[in-house]
Design a protein around this ligand. Structure first.
Ligand code: DC
Length: 230
C-alpha cells in the first residue's frame, strides 16, 4: 500500500502532540514527534556541559545521536537511555529551540526524520514538516491557537506532571520567546506552507480538532474511507 505522510506544524502549545498521537493511533500510522529529537540533542549537550551555541559541536551531536521514538507506550530513547521525561524540562525547551536554529543540526535530524517515514505511513509533527521535511506530504495541517490559550494548556500540562502550577505569566513569556525564535530564524523558520490547511484550536475541544483534521485527511486522500476506522 502507498505510504502516506500527514504533516502537522504549528507553534508550541497548539495541541500538535495530543492530536498527532490520537490521529496516528486512529489511522494505524506511526507517530513521529520531531520536537522530541531537537530536545534530545539539547539534553545530550547539556549533560556534557556543552554550549547550545557551539554550532560545530551541536551538528556533530545531532549526527551521532541515536534517537528512537515509540508511541505505544510513548517513549523517547537517546543512545539507549529513556529520556521521555528529562526532555520535557523548561530549560530543555529553550535549549531545543536554540539548537534547532543551527542548519547542520536541522540537516542531520531531517535526514533521520525522512528515514523514519520510509517504511510506514506517518503522522509527523513539528515546525517544518510541510515546508522542508516533506514538501510533498499528502496532507498538511497548520495547527495554531491564541498565545494565552497555548500558555494555559501548558500550565495545565505542567501542573498535572508536577504540582503546583507554574506562574501563567512566565509560561506565556517563555512560549512567546520560543515562538519568536522559531519564527524568525533563518533556517527553516516556523511558517504555514501555502498548501497547508489552517486549523485554529483556540475554542475547539481535542475531539473537535481531531474530527476537523480527519475530515481534511479524507478529502485529500481519494480512498480515504480505508482510514475511517472509527
Ligand atoms: O514541539 P516542541 O516544543 O517539542 O519543539 C521543541 C523545539 O524544537 C521548538 O522550540 C522548535 C524546535 N523544532 C524545530 O525547529 N523543528 C521541528 N520540526 C520540531 C521542533
Amino acid at each position: 500500500m502507498r505510504r502516506i505522510v500527514v504533516a502537522i506544524d504549528g507553534p508550541g502549545g497548539a495541541g500538535k502532540s495530543t492530536i498527532a498521537r490520537r490521529l496516528a493511533a486512529r489511522l494505524g500510522f506511526l507517530y513521529i514527534d520531531t520536537g522530541a529529537m531537537y530536545r534530545a540533542v539539547a539534553l545530550w549537550a547539556e549533560r556534557q556541559g556543552l554550549s547550545w551555541a557551539d554550532v560545530g559541536i551541536m551538528e556533530q551531536l545531532a549526527q551521532a545521536a541515536d534517537i528512537k521514538l515509540s508511541s505505544d507506550p510513548l517513549k523517547v530513547v537517546l543512545n539507549g537511555e529513556d529520556v521521555t521525561e528529562a526532555i520535557r524540562r523548561p530549560e530543555i525547551s529553550q535549549g531545543a529551540s536554540k539548537v534547532s536554529a543551527i542548519g547542520g543540526v536541522r540537516r542531520a535530524l531531517v535526514d533521520k526524520q525522512r528515514l523514519m517515514a520510509e517504511s510506514a505511513s506517518v503522522v509527523m509533527e513539528g515546525r517544518d514538516i510541510g515546508t522542508v521535511v516533506f514538501p510533498h506530504a499528502d496532507v498538511k495541517i497548520f495547527l495554531d491557537a491564541a498565545p494565552e490559550t497555548r500558555a494555559e494548556r501548558r500550565v495545565k500540562e505542567l501542573a498535572e506532571k508536577a504540582p503546583p502550577p507554574p506562574p501563567r505569566e512566565s509560561v506565556l513569556s517563555e512560549l512567546q520567546e520560543r515562538d519568536q525564535r522559531d519564527r524568525q530564524r533563518a533556517e527553516s523558520p516556523l511558517l504555514q506552507a501555502p498548501d497547508a490547511v489552517l486549523v485554529d484550536s483556540t475554542s475547539l475541544t481535542v475531539e473537535q480538532v481531531e474530527e476537523a483534521i480527519l475530515k481534511v485527511i479524507r478529502e485529500k486522500i481519494a480512498n480515504g474511507k480505508e482510514f475511517a476506522r472509527k
